[in-house]
Design a protein around this ligand. Structure first.
Ligand SMILES: [Zn+2]
Ligand SMILES: [Zn+2]
Ligand SMILES: [Zn+2]
Length: 141
């Protein structure tokens, strides 16, 4: 489909298939996190639910995408930045959800260190800020 998606799949040691290409291409076109249903409504109808699910899991397991938790409980995925690899996802950045357009974006802002009470061991951290995105707050941007 495109050289960019081909190259990305190659970088992450993934075999290139039309489905992987199509889903990856969709993420590159949109610059916000996508849920299963977002993806299903955008891609070709002959790609079934299970295939979408498996493809996302594969992308996640290979360090190509990370999960974005949403307040609505829907699991979304977003493309990872260069820092991630198949063995380790290393980004604890802030996610911003716009209450007007409903889009969730990755922000290049790290989550501040949080001191936990004794006995608590931190694992994964997620920080979701909700508000209004630049596109919705000022249409002249
Ligand atoms: Zn990652
Ligand atoms: Zn918005
Ligand atoms: Zn993110």
């Amino acid at each position: 489909m495109s050289q960019v998606t081909d190259q990305l799949l190659k970088t992450f040691n993934l075999r290139s298939t039309p489905t992987r290409q199509e889903i990856l291409h969709l993420f590159l076109r949109k610059d916000y996190a996508l849920s299963h249903s977002d993806i299903e409504s955008e891609i070709a109808e002959d790609i079934d639910r299970v295939t979408v699910y498996r493809t996302l899991k594969t992308f996640h397991d290979h360090g190509l995408m990370h999960k974005v938790l949403d307040d609505g409980g829907a699991l979304k995925y977003a493309l990872c930045t260069d820092a991630c690899s198949a063995t380790e996802h290393r980004h604890e950045h802030v996610h911003f959800k716009c209450s007007v357009c409903g889009q969730t974006n990755c922000l290049e802002i790290g989550i501040p260190h949080i001191k936990l009470p004794p006995g608590y061991a931190a694992g994964e951290m997620n920080l979701l800020i909700q508000g209004v995105c630049p596109g919705c707050s000022n249409q002249h941007v």
